[in-house]
Design a binder for this molecule. Structure first.
Ligand code: ME8
Length: 510
């Protein structure tokens, strides 16, 4: 039997600044899904990266006083990679669009589309900012015709460049969307894309003359022109797997199972990208999931408002897992939501410190009092209610995560915690320890088993916390998870002697 594979991607981000919590949100969500599929024993490839052939990066480099673009991009790409490491993002690769391997794949792709007859010369008309030395889009402009960076009026420029005959694929893309209801998720976004394709999907200019574009991959058929950033950037999803280079990852993993994007770039991914793939004769990704946007205290995250929150700094105060948990729990995945420190602190106290932290501490403290000999004969989960609760929890959890229901899956885990808290209140193990040692041992073994299931369920979301729990539960799961072995179908087994460690979520120092 061939091994099941799972390929998940995030957008590649512009590196003209450091990452903020919006970028972290996409990476954390993708990481949860990647880790979940690894737990299921699948062969997972998780790709993220940086979009470097953009005028935005040039403008930022100049502002920061860099004359050497490669140096600037190298420093910036490293900042993004370090941020993802700091947030425990388990990406298998990080693709930079200035890498040679990317350029090779872009050329291969471009040649296929060109040989198909889908590239032609035409006239492109657009707004041009002399300060940025770049075309700017209408939506970027301020107060009618001012460049948002230089606050000066933009010019209208016409230049001859190359077009991709995207409109040729208009009906085929619409047909694909209709026949594959899973292709665009959540379903609520599908109409937006369908209407856009019906009303606005035209051929797109895919190059800029180097006189007006200061960076980019030269067009193979006309080296005075640079490939326009989106036509180059989207291909990262292939080149990150080695498309155009040696290796077997492309054959193994393409088409992607899930391409995660923010709602801002859904049209590029659900209209232009499928048309490009069709032109190159490549299969389309199975699902494009567009999540919602975070605001901060109700405001859009923006440079001019100066309200961007650095996820790495945040994680130093609250802990990486608290941030991962908060971002995914606070809003239903797919919808918009707001970030506020008040809500973060509230959830930290109620769900983490008093929720899972307190439950784990109660169970582990009491379980440590069970004499070793009493542990050996007890049968974990010898209780119909507990068995039913765990079975239902796993099935709801799996269904949720199989459908990108990240917040729903977390809700299931917290229902298990409430169930456990109630069980403790009902059975009063602190009284049983003196009055009925055998009943006490059974009660604690059951609770340890419930905690063990919880520890596996939280692993994709809060890997550090899960690993701490595994150490405290004295089980080998840590090692097995690191080897990528299947943990999801964990059967109740002998219970090791748990020990109480440090508190999982210590009180916040305000
Ligand atoms: O668009 N809330 O890069 P980008 C949630 N390079 N997510 C947010 C967010 C917010 N407030 N702000 C940003 C680009 N994001 C292109 C992509 S892909 C071939 C090329 C996340 O740096 C979200 O995933 O502007 C969004 O789609 C992405 O960052 C945009 O990042």
């Amino acid at each position: 039997m061939t091994e099941k594979t799972f390929y998940i991607t995030t957008p590649i981000y512009y590196v003209n600044d450091k990452p903020h919590i919006g970028h972290a949100y996409t990476c954390i969500a993708a990481d949860v899904l990647a880790r979940y599929h690894r737990l299921k024993g699948e062969n997972v490839f998780f790709l993220t990266g940086s979009d470097e052939n953009s005028q935005k990066n040039i403008v930022a480099a100049e502002k920061a006083g860099y004359t050497d673009m490669d140096q600037y991009l190298g420093i910036q790409a490293a900042i993004w990679q370090q941020a993802w490491d700091g947030l425990n993002i388990s990406n298998n690769d990080f693709i930079r669009t200035t890498e040679e391997r990317h350029k090779k794949g872009v050329y291969k792709f471009f040649d296929l589309v060109n040989e198909k007859g889908d590239i032609y010369k035409g006239v492109y008309k657009g707004f041009y900012c002399n300060g940025c030395e770049a075309f700017v889009t209408q939506s970027d402009l301020m107060e009618g015709n001012l460049c948002p960076i230089h606050k000066k009026p933009v010019e209208t420029i016409e230049e001859e460049n190359y077009f991709f005959a995207a409109s040729k694929y208009r009906n085929a893309v619409l047909d694909h969307i209709e026949k594959n209801p899973d292709f665009i998720q959540p379903a609520s976004r599908r109409n937006e894309v369908v209407n856009y394709i019906k009303d606005h999907f035209v051929d797109v200019s895919i190059s800029r003359h180097f006189k007006t574009a200061k960076c980019g991959i030269p067009l193979p058929i006309d080296t005075e022109q640079a490939i326009y950033v989106w036509f180059d950037a989207l291909i990262n999803y292939l080149t990150g797997l080695g498309y155009g280079s040696e290796g077997e990852d492309f054959e193994t993993f393409w088409p992607a199972n899930i391409q995660l994007v923010g709602k801002d770039i859904i049209k590029f991914h659900c209209a232009l990208w499928p048309a490009m793939l069709m032109a190159a004769g490549l299969p389309l990704p199975k699902k494009i999931f567009a999540h919602g946007f975070f605001t901060i205290n109700g405001d859009k995250i923006s440079k001019s408002l100066g309200n961007a929150i650095d996820p790495v700094e945040l994680s130093m105060t609250y802990g990486v897992d608290a941030i991962r948990y908060f971002l995914l729990r606070e809003i239903r995945f797919g919808e918009d939501g707001d970030f506020s420190f008040e809500r973060l602190k509230e959830r930290y106290e109620s769900d983490l410190a008093k929720g899972i932290g307190n439950f784990a501490s109660r169970v582990l403290t009491l379980a440590a009092k069970v004499p070793a000999k009493d542990l050996e004969d007890t049968d974990a989960l010898d209780d119909e209610d507990a068995q039913a609760m765990i079975e239902t929890a796993w099935s709801t959890y799996n269904t949720a995560l199989d459908n990108c229901g990240l917040e729903e899956a977390l809700r299931v885990v917290w229902e298990c915690i409430s169930w456990g808290d109630k069980y403790i209140e009902q059975h009063k193990p602190w009284e049983l320890v003196k009055e009925d040692p055998s009943h006490f041992a059974n009660t604690m073994v059951l609770l340890v088993e419930v905690l063990r299931h919880i520890s596996v369920m939280i692993y994709p979301f809060m890997p550090e916390t899960a690993e701490k729990l595994w150490r405290q539960l004295d089980i080998e799961a840590l090692e097995r998870a690191q080897e990528g072995q299947k943990l999801i179908e964990w059967q109740p087994g002998t219970v090791s002697r748990p020990s109480k460690g440090d508190s999982l979520f210590p009180p916040l120092i305000s």
